[in-house]
Ligand binder design. Structure first.
Ligand SMILES: [Zn+2]
Length: 444
């Protein structure tokens, strides 16, 4: 019933809630806040492309600023001053314990017109591993502490950011059941790390430019953020970005009308920070396109070999050089969609790097035989990343049975079979050893 009432209000109150870029008295160069976006947590319980498929329905060049971990007067108040001087409204994810220590800071955030949201009571770094009842208590205590600090009977916005973005299904189910919206982010600026304020500025601008819009994750308790923020805001304005203020929907203030696709994940980009691992591709075949398959008759040549040695050689040369007929009406091979091969470049995967110490003998002009030998070289237990080791193992594993068979069928090698078997046993042992290493790496 609530939803129906809400929908009705949404239709009747569809007037644009955007305000023109606020005039900022005394600050003619301020970027201002271009509009207020009202969102309904019940309709979109989880947002932020660093972790989820959905994010705020922002237009191109729109930015939402968020600040975590405050209030800490020493720095939070400077952040508030900077935002005020630019007439920018942001969202603050406050920590309950900080609110208890600095209730005045919570009220300052509210009185400046920012959105007051929460970030647990004690900021545990292992939220996803806490028993769910303890995680719930962290969430609820954080809300209670901030509510107490507000002191006017109002509650913080039902927006919640998990410390360290340590999500879990149980936490998400709980917050959704409570009508609380989990805010991940679209990009951080790494301002909690020991980096320079220049680095914070660079990352904020680069990652935003790569995505074109989104939720920026910052921390109002960090001096480097205080130092970087004025430049970030100036640069945002210079590059034509607009600041959007987000507030929760209430019965009196309905959500800004949006289309479902506006909440969908943006196209991936190399500069977009992500904490999602690449998924195994879902093989979707592209339309009706098919690769030409060789005619079955092209495989059917063994029985027709002539008996004489010379004729056989001539015949064999002819077989190798002949053109294979490719046809479409035979069993055709579907073409994988191009997207199957896409790998977000932001994901750190070392694919083909071989440390100099592990490199086999330089290739010579001897051609394919040298290549084959290279692949058969047992993989050394080199401390490289999993991608590399796995590749070596697979290459060796594929080659192994073939070369064993080869040795058995070559009279010239007959006397070396024992030696060959020993070599292969050693290789197999080495492969097994490497496999263990890989498993160990994967576990971490
Ligand atoms: Zn935090």
């Amino acid at each position: 019933m609530w939803a129906g009432l809400f929908f009705g209000m949404m239709l009747t109150c569809a007037a644009a809630q955007s305000a023109s870029a606020a005039d900022c008295p005394g600050h003619p160069d301020a970027i201002g806040t271009s509009r207020t976006l009202v969102v309904d947590p019940r309709e979109h319980p989880i947002i932020g492309t660093m972790q989820y498929a959905k994010t705020l329905p922002l237009r191109d060049h729109e930015v939402v600023l968020t600040f975590d971990d405050g209030p800490l007067p020493k720095y939070s108040y400077q952040i508030l001053d900077i935002l005020a001087s630019q007439c920018v409204k942001a969202t603050f994810f406050l920590v309950g314990r900080q609110a208890n220590a600095n209730p005045e800071g919570v009220r300052k955030v509210r009185d400046a017109g920012h959105t007051v949201a929460t970030h647990t009571q004690n900021h545990p770094s292992n939220m996803n591993r806490l028993p769910i009842d303890r995680a719930q208590k962290e969430i609820e205590d954080g809300i209670a502490s901030v509510t107490a600090a507000l002191g006017d009977g109002t509650a913080p916005a039902p927006f919640f950011r998990i410390p360290g973005l340590g999500r879990s299904d149980a936490i998400e189910e709980y917050t959704e059941s409570k009508g609380i919206q989990i805010w991940s982010a679209d990009f951080p600026a790494d301002d909690w790390r020991h980096v320079s304020s220049q680095r914070v500025y660079d990352l904020a601008i680069q990652r935003l430019e790569a995505k074109g819009k989104g939720i920026l994750l910052l921390h109002d308790i960090q001096p480097r953020t205080v130092a970087a923020l004025p430049r970030i805001l100036r640069e945002l304005k210079a590059r034509g970005y607009r600041i959007v203020h987000v507030v929760p929907a209430t019965p009196e203030r309905p959500a800004t009308p949006t289309e479902p696709q506006q909440w969908q994940l943006n196209p991936a980009s190399e500069m977009v920070a992500t904490s999602r691992w690449p998924k195994i591709p879902n093989f979707v075949y592209a339309g009706n396109t098919a690769l030409l398959a060789p005619a079955l008759s092209d495989f059917d040549w063994q029985d027709t070999a002539p008996k004489g040695r010379t004729q056989r050689r001539t015949w064999r040369d002819a077989q190798w050089s002949r053109q294979v007929t490719l046809v479409l009406d035979h069993p055709s091979l579907p073409v994988p969609a191009a997207s199957v091969f896409e790998l977000p470049e932001s994901v750190r995967v070392t694919m083909l790097y071989t440390p100099p110490s592990a490199r086999p003998v330089e290739r010579t002009a001897q051609g394919p035989r040298e290549d084959a030998r290279e692949i058969e070289t047992p993989a050394k237990p080199v401390p490289v990343r999993a991608g590399k080791s796995r590749r070596q193992i697979r290459a060796a594993a594929i080659r192994h049975p073939a070369s064993a068979k080869h040795a058995a069928h070559q009279p010239a090698h007959a006397g070396k079979t024992d030696k060959g078997a020993a070599k292969h046993a050693a290789q197999a042992k080495q492969i097994k050893k490497n496999a263990v290493r890989v498993a160990g790496l994967k576990k971490r």
